[in-house]
Design a protein around this ligand. Sequence first.
Ligand SMILES: [Zn+2]
Ligand SMILES: [Zn+2]
Ligand SMILES: [Zn+2]
Length: 155
Amino acid sequence: MHTKPMTSETWATALRSLGRRVTRQRLAVLDAAHRHPHATAEVILETARTELPALTAASVYQVLGDLSEWGLLRKLETPDSPARYETRIGDNHHHVMCVRCGAVEDVSCVVGHAPCLTPAETAGMRIVTADVLFQGICSSCDAAEPDQHAASPSR
Ligand SMILES: [Zn+2]
Ligand SMILES: [Zn+2]
Ligand SMILES: [Zn+2]
């Protein structure tokens, strides 16, 4: 888990260093994303609203888009789920997702830097990064239904 203490001042410094304005909305979204790694916009909205009750869904989406674009948040796309966000940025870590309940956890990059995988063919492109999503079954799902094997593709 993410134990590094992050304060409003840390986020404010990060925003200023990018030449961006420090707003209460941005601070609330960063704080919510930090407290709930891999949260969806919905969860971030809910969390940030405890601090800023007037916060709207539209402004949270706007802020999430801006912060992702500026590299303060990492946006994670997973199958069958809305995008998720996290404040653990810049370390090229990967994710493991439970195919039954959708739980997502971090896994360290095997190599430690991008790209950690090289395809046999690159269609002429210079490979910059490899986005790896491991899919599995978490221990609580496995305990609940141990006989069921990996979900077959439903689509
Ligand atoms: Zn699960
Ligand atoms: Zn992560
Ligand atoms: Zn890697």
